[in-house]
Design a protein around this ligand. Structure first.
Ligand SMILES: [Zn+2]
Ligand SMILES: [Zn+2]
Length: 366
């Protein structure tokens, strides 16, 4: 099967023939119909991601149709439409058994994160040598072998080229608003950084019933899109302008919830300073390892909260069906997030679009 393989950091992906092995116990084969290309894919290519293990089949925002079942798989059948989630909890560690599956850091999940199956091997081979599927997904490929726990069944009427976005960007953004921040009805929200994930924080805030949603970005096109998706106040940030000033010019005294969706420590601090006393700042973006975030201690000497989230606190089997229901009802919009659809052979164009940062999402369709 054809897959987009990263053989060396800082090099383009190569679309090449990868051999696939039969699914083992608790695993399934998914024929991928579509896969979004996310900033975390770019981070692997740029040697900035802790989950990189080369050679690697990139992609972690896929949806498709179940093609084959390994032994013991009971929750899925051949032909089911599924979204491949960012992670699959192990289901058996103390955290999972206590219902806190977001905290699962079992060996199974750790292996998943580094592109391995629970037994520490992979089902993909390139010239006889193992290839790692990114976060156990590797969805920029015609086929993916994933754990049953990582695949979430969805309504077959939902187009797979839109549903795939629930694999990462949409779940992370909406989850940051609903799970991590628990945005309240009538509140004021500022979303700093309106790319693929930030736009979904905007949607999550709207679904939660926020009264004011400030979309903050330096690019006018992204602000237009944010307005279409529910932002009430587009805030065009001038080069060098402080995020704090820009937000407080619109909501004097500060917002109830601020989201940093870029991954820059100084912007996290500015977003934090833009919240009112009692407000919550969620860092959704991924800062470089070792980055210090320096906040004004006097502002923290209050009831302000600064919290982190990994992937929006998502529980795949709970949140992906919930997102699909929002979509069905019309409150979650997916099509406007898709800037371009490309065949796998043009996958590198999707990565170039991430570098320039002008597009919301590129989706590879098979
Ligand atoms: Zn992602
Ligand atoms: Zn677990």
């Amino acid at each position: 099967m054809q897959a987009a393989v990263l053989r060396e950091f800082h090099q383009p992906l190569e679309v090449e023939e990868v051999q696939i092995e039969a699914p083992q116990r608790g695993e399934i084969v998914v024929r991928i119909a579509a896969s979004g290309v996310c900033r975390s894919d770019l981070h692997v290519q740029e040697e900035r991601s802790p989950v990189a293990r080369l050679p690697m089949v990139l992609g972690h925002e896929g949806a498709g149709v179940v093609e084959e079942l390994g032994a013991g798989v009971e929750s899925l059948a051949v032909g089911d439409h599924v979204v491949v989630a960012l992670f699959g909890p192990c289901g058996t560690c103390g955290d999972c058994r206590a219902g806190d599956i977001v905290s699962c850091m079992s060996e199974t999940r750790q292996n998943n994160m580094f592109g391995l199956m629970p037994d520490g091997t992979t089902r993909l081979r390139l010239d006889g040598a193992p290839v790692h599927p990114m976060v156990g997904s590797g969805s920029l490929a015609e086929l993916a072998v994933v754990r049953e726990a990582q695949a979430v069944k969805i309504d077959p009427e939902i187009p797979l080229d839109q549903a795939c976005l629930a694999g990462c960007g949409v779940t992370t953004g909406v989850g940051a608003a609903l799970n991590a921040a628990q945005v309240t009805p009538g509140s004021s929200v500022a979303v700093v950084g309106c790319g693929g994930v930030g736009l979904n924080v905007v949607q999550g805030a709207r679904i939660a019933g926020a009264a004011r949603i400030l979309a903050v970005d330096t690019q006018a096109t992204k602000l237009d899109l944010a307005s279409d998706l529910g932002a009430t106040d587009p805030v065009h940030l001038a080069q060098g302008q402080s995020v704090t000033d820009a937000i407080q010019a619109v909501v004097p005294g500060g917002v109830d919830f601020a989201f940093e969706v870029i991954g820059k420590p100084e912007i996290v601090a500015q977003a934090f300073a833009a919240t009112r006393s009692g407000g919550t700042t969620v860092m959704v973006g991924s800062p470089p390892s070792g980055a210090d975030i320096a906040v004004d201690g006097r502002l923290l000497f209050s009831d302000r909260k600064l919290v982190g989230t990994l992937g929006g606190g998502n529980v795949p089997q709970r949140d992906i069906p919930r997102l699909m229901e929002f979509y069905r009802q019309g409150s979650l919009k997916l099509e406007p997030l898709i800037s371009q659809r490309l065949p796998l052979t043009q996958v590198n164009e999707a990565f170039e679009a991430l570098v320039t940062g002008e597009l919301a999402r590129s989706v590879i369709v098979f």
